[in-house]
Design a protein around this ligand. Structure first.
Ligand code: NAP
Ligand code: GCO
Length: 263
């Protein structure tokens, strides 16, 4: 018998807020956190999307509570966080998942588009984290997981705004760790490789050269799935990771370890 208790991966009684989790990576992460015992709260931009999410969770046997708000609207976020506190309790686990990408060559990209990507993908996590941190400090514990990207480390043609935002999100992660580690708050990132979701659907269309490029560039030789991210999300949300802080866990089938196929 070892002293290790598998229950350190459990999330029973914890309130987990996953942003933009009606489908895709956010939904998959929420599903895993629910399986580990957490109460799921999610948001989306419209009432219709929240209803769609609620039904999707019900189909999985998950009693999730959805709220309509935009992660870039600080006032709306403050009100929602207060409402969540009254309805289900203060947030123990925040997953900053909501995000967008615009694939446009840099010299053709408008500054408005650039700002919008930075606003949702970087300012959003700042606003969300700022809103939940006071209660986490008061309770003496908290977990924040920022969904980063390969583009937190690498550049690619056409994704200047996204790479700037996700690189910034990596550093916001480290800074939250630096500022709140002493309050027993852990802030880590998950850096997914190329995952099959609606966001990457345009790149996976039949015959699209990018499809072959990604499979060749990934040692696992396939696109990732939402399920590939679930174990990491549970780990980083749970007491099992209480001494892991400011870390970006890349779940990328080996992309960052690989220089590419030799000729
Ligand atoms: P997705 O399928 O496009 O889902 C993104 C979600 O974010 C949608 O539910 C979207 O809602 C929501 N959202 C967008 N703007 C929002 C806002 N201002 N406020 C609230 N919610 C908002 O994307 P995904 O592929 O699951 O990606 C999820 C996260 O992982 C993103 O941060 C993405 O950058 C990151 N990521 C994805 C990959 C990949 O290969 N797929 C890899 C690395 C990182 P609507 O549908 O209403 O717009
Ligand atoms: C792209 C991709 C990426 C992925 C992901 C990689 O156009 O290069 O869509 O941005 O979505 O973030 O980790």
């Amino acid at each position: 018998m070892t002293g290790f208790n598998m229950d350190s991966f459990r999330l029973d009684g914890k309130v987990a807020l996953v942003t933009g989790a009606v489908y895709g990576i956010g939904f998959g992460i929420a599903e895993a956190l629910a399986a580990a015992g957490a109460k799921i709260v999610f948001n989306s931009l419209t009432e219709e999307a929240v209803q769609q999410g609620t039904l999707a969770y019900q189909e999985k046997g998950i009693d999730a509570k959805g709220y309509v708000f935009d992660v870039t609207d600080e006032e709306a976020v403050k009100i929602a966080i207060q409402q969540i506190k009254e309805d289900v309790g203060s947030v123990d686990i925040l997953v900053n998942n909501a995000g967008i990408i615009k694939r446009t060559p840099m010299t053709e990209m408008t500054v408005e588009d650039f700002r919008q990507v930075i606003d949702i993908d970087l300012n959003g996590p700042f606003i969300m984290s700022k809103a939940v941190l006071p209660d986490m400090v008061a309770k003496g514990h908290g977990k924040i997981i920022n969904i980063c990207s390969m583009m937190s480390e690498l550049g690619r043609e056409t994704v200047s705004a996204y790479a700037a935002a996700k690189g910034g999100l990596k550093m916001l992660t480290k800074n939250i760790c630096a500022e709140f580690g002493g309050n027993n708050i852990q802030c880590n990132g998950i850096g997914p490789g190329y995952i099959a979701t609606p966001q990457t659907a345009p790149l996976r269309e039949d015959g699209h050269p990018f499809n072959e490029f990604i499979i060749g560039r990934t040692p696992a030789a396939r696109w990732g799935t939402v399920e590939d991210l679930q174990g990491s999300a549970v780990f980083l949300s749970s007491p099992a990771s209480d001494f892991v802080n400011g870390h970006i866990l890349y779940v990328d089938g080996g992309i960052l370890a690989y220089i590419g196929k030799q000729p």
